[in-house]
Design a protein around this ligand. Sequence first.
Ligand code: FAD
Length: 372
Amino acid sequence: MRHRIAVVGSGPGGLTFARVLHRHGHSVALFERDPSPDARPPGGSLDLHEGMGQLALDKAGLLAEFRQLSRPEGQAMRILDTDGTVLRDWRPRPDERAHPEIDRRQLRDLLLGPVEVQWGRAVTKVVPGTGDGVLVECTDGRQDTFDLVVGADGAWSRVRPAVSPATPHYTGVTTVETSLDDIDTRHPDLARLIGDGSVAVYGVNRSLTAQRNSGGHVKVYAKFRAPLDWHAHLDLADVEAVRASLLALFDGWAAPVLDLLRRGTAFVHRPLHTLPVSHTWPHVPGVTLLGDAAHLMPPLGAGANLAMLEGAELAESVAAAPEDLDAAVRAFEERMWERAGTWAKRTTAGLERLVSQDPAEALALFDRLQPS
Ligand SMILES: Cc1cc2nc3c(=O)[nH]c(=O)nc-3n(C[C@H](O)[C@H](O)[C@H](O)COP(=O)(O)OP(=O)(O)OC[C@H]3O[C@@H](n4cnc5c(N)ncnc54)[C@H](O)[C@@H]3O)c2cc1C
């Protein structure tokens, strides 16, 4: 029996779900709010772990292509003291496959392949139990019904209210992101500072990291503890005012480190929100969530990996159990909740250590997690 299946959101989770279903011969309606694939600049590069994001790509039949595109050298990590002293300088072996980096745009195009996305269709409401299935309404006013609706629509999910009253809360840590282009030719000194992967500097309740993406593009993240309205007296659209405020916040740090802020172009404010650790909900037939919509957690390298693995696993379960869709979804949810709960605890504790009173905590965490 063929089910009517919809997924909301074409992030890593929703796309993996749709691609694996497609591989198993099932069609899926994929609703995406963005009007086109490149409507927004993609975020920073993602590291995909062997047993998680890479496993999901294997289930989608895309692992070989991922290996062609990804950058194992991007796993390199350098840690500096605030005075510029190099504290750690870890470089991966050429065959290191634990978590190579891939640009988000490359990953999206890889997953998209034959998947058809309904661009510019933002879902406003999902209503389960209508008699004819689950109703999905979009901003264009059109309504459709499905046997299963999967909410893969990220932190501020519009599907989530159909199963859970939970909403994201602010962690107390915020991020201001900037970027540098053409680093090797325009900023060779910073290219040397960053190396092939990332450089991180940890201070008291603040950190600066810079991560190389492909094509000489670098993302820089200033993270610090602050109230949500820390910028109340600052115009966030005023690039020079934001730059001056960040330079004051990181005052006294080594000049080459501060150059990451001095030469950054635009600044984007991204406060870090999370859902409650171990967020679950009473099962609702016909609706489920995955990825950030289900378990938004601090960005410590797990979110996209989990979203993709969940997308692949749910697609496989649905494809393998066409007679009892609800049982397949229930089993998926149990598995997702257990694994995501473990990661949510780990990343929440990680954020506490990476942006803390004692910068030595961050170094200790790095030493514990880094492959030898
Ligand atoms: C700075 C930073 C670095 C990170 N680095 C890593 C990393 O290295 N490794 C890692 O695993 N994770 C990383 N993460 C986390 C990762 O980005 C997220 O966990 C991941 O993108 C979640 O995927 P998703 O598919 O669940 O949701 P999203 O990627 O948020 O995608 C949701 C999609 O749904 C669409 N959408 C939203 N609302 C609607 C609607 N109403 N109707 C239709 N469409 C809608 C959005 O436009 C979007 O396309 C990082 C996060 C940040 C902020």
